[in-house]
Design a protein around this ligand. Structure first.
Ligand code: ADP
Length: 478
């Protein structure tokens, strides 16, 4: 059945991106469109959005909402020449240098910015006369949508699906700001949006959405435990029948070394030797001094606790003794940035850091490296490891969340598997896994087999989009 779907996200590639949420929001809607749905995307219009090189049409739509300063308006653009994208312009809230705030922190008026976002979306749907069968909400920024919807008769037939991309970010704010949301005091209770005395946006989604999803089967189980539930495990256990884990896919129109315009030399499984030229590009760019068989390891990541930078810090001494080079592209918490900066200053020939968000550089690093490190403390899905597979860059990852579901341990006996995994988040186990990888790297034929295993993996969005489609239909029957 063809459905009308409104897909709501705070970031959508290529309009705005800080992480994987943007990649999902830029790729899943076109995959759903291909299945025949009338899907439209809606997001804020940030200052970076205009740099995306996409045409934007202003629409004659006023988004004036009681209790919020100034009024917003709507622009229209599109994804993949097929999916309409609406962008909410509100200069006071979104026309700023960063999407959420300085890397590693949030703007102090985050509640107001995203409460407005949630309400403006509903207002926009009405003004566009687009009555969706389903609103697909993503992460905490959209958590109040299912709450507002409950009291709005215009949406009485509309169902909601809330996707958890990262439970570690909840949008929790002081109770004193409740008035800004315009929500009734009675919702500030345990079975509502109250979370240990605070207002919690994500809880709005977890309690009030008809269906819940998260981005990998393993993470859907992990968030129901006290270790990784961030205090929400009780609610998620209660709603476990409505909670589904769907692994994210890869947009191979963006992430494919055979067609990628952002890398210096294109290569594929039939022309693997050309990957060397991408390696040379990195050696030159970062002035590395390597032996012919020194592997280049990389990380392309937000520098947050989640990403296991502490583990890297603990392993530094042992890593310094290895014949390896390490490139890190990332932004985030100052303590991690300072550590990495110092490390690269101490060992400029082997350790290089680019403390910035740079999408084209991410492609070049992935293409020219031999291995990708993702020692995450938790990982809802993780996309970079799936991109790495396609680029013949072997992932060494923590055996958790989406990393568990997307990477299979390599065995040099059977020749099966795509990477290396370690379970216990301690430097010694991480290093053991790395050691295994390094010894395979020294066996040229074995390593080639391993690279080709990864490159042959098909993680395209089609399969996951069908799973979402089935859940939308299910919600309409409930
Ligand atoms: P998360 O969503 O937790 O940040 P993912 O692995 O799911 O992690 O997605 C991260 C996305 O952001 C990938 O597309 C990755 O290439 C990109 N990325 C992360 N940091 C940077 C950076 N500093 N520069 C460029 N791209 C980055």
């Amino acid at each position: 059945m063809k459905l009308k779907i409104l897909f709501v996200s705070a970031e959508v590639h290529p309009f705005a991106k800080t992480g994987g949420l943007a990649d999902v929001s830029g790729a899943l809607p076109p995959a759903l469109y291909k299945l025949g749905h009338d899907i439209r995307v809606i997001m804020p219009k940030y200052s970076c959005t205009s740099k995306a090189g996409k045409k934007m049409q202003p629409l004659q739509v006023d988004l004036e909402l009681p209790g919020f300063s100034q009024k917003g308006t709507l622009f229209q653009s599109e994804l993949n020449d097929s999916v309409p994208v609406y962008l909410i312009e509100h200069d006071g809230y979104y026309n700023r240098e960063h999407i959420y705030g300085e890397p590693g922190s949030d703007y102090p008026d985050s509640l107001e910015r995203f409460a407005y976002f949630c309400r403006a979306i509903l207002e926009a749907a009405k003004k566009l006369d687009f009555k969706p069968d389903i609103i697909h909400c993503n992460d905490w920024h959209t958590g109040l949508i299912p709450v507002y919807l409950k009291t709005d008769p215009w949406f009485s037939q509309t169902k909601t699906l809330f996707s958890i991309h990262n439970l570690g970010y909840q949008g929790n704010f002081p109770y004193s700001q409740l008035v800004t949301t315009g929500l009734d005091e009675s919702l500030f209770r345990e079975e509502g949006i109250e979370f240990y005395g605070q207002i919690s946006f994500i809880k709005g989604g977890l309690i009030f959405a008809d269906i819940l999803t998260t981005v990998s089967p393993a993470y859907s189980k992990e968030i129901q435990t006290p270790e990784l539930g961030f205090g929400m495990e009780g609610i998620l256990q209660k709603r476990s029948n409505q909670l589904h884990g769907i692994l994210n896919g890869v947009d191979y129109t963006v992430w494919n070394p055979e067609t990628d315009p952002l890398i210096p030399t294109r290569y594929g499984p039939q022309s693997l030797s050309r990957k060397k030229q991408c390696r040379e590009d990195l050696v030159k760019m970062f002035s590395l001094r390597l032996n012919k068989r020194t592997p280049i390891l990389c990380m392309i990541t937000r520098l947050s606790e989640q990403k296991g930078i502490d583990l890297l810090m603990q392993a530094r001494g042992a890593l310094d003794e290895q014949d390896i080079a390490l490139l890190i592209l990332g932004t985030g918490e100052t303590r991690y940035e300072s550590f990495l900066q110092q490390w690269s200053q101490d060992r400029p020939d082997r350790i290089a850091t680019a403390l910035m968000f740079d999408e084209p550089l991410g492609h070049r690093i992935l293409a020219g490296s031999d291995m990708l490190l993702m020692p995450s403390s938790y990982e809802p899905c993780g996309l970079t490891q799936m991109y790495a597979l396609k680029y013949g860059t072997v992932p060494i990852v923590r055996d958790i969340g989406g990393l568990k579901n997307s990477i299979q341990e390599f065995s040099d006996k059977t020749g099966k598997g795509t990477g290396f995994k370690f379970k216990v988040p301690k430097a010694k186990y991480f290093l053991k896994s790395l050691q295994k990888a390094l010894s395979c790297f020294n066996q040229t034929a074995t390593w080639k087999k391993l690279m080709l295993n990864g490159m042959a993996k098909d993680n395209s969005w089609e399969v996951s989009a069908k799973q979402y489609s089935r859940l939308y239909q299910k919600s309409l029957r409930s």
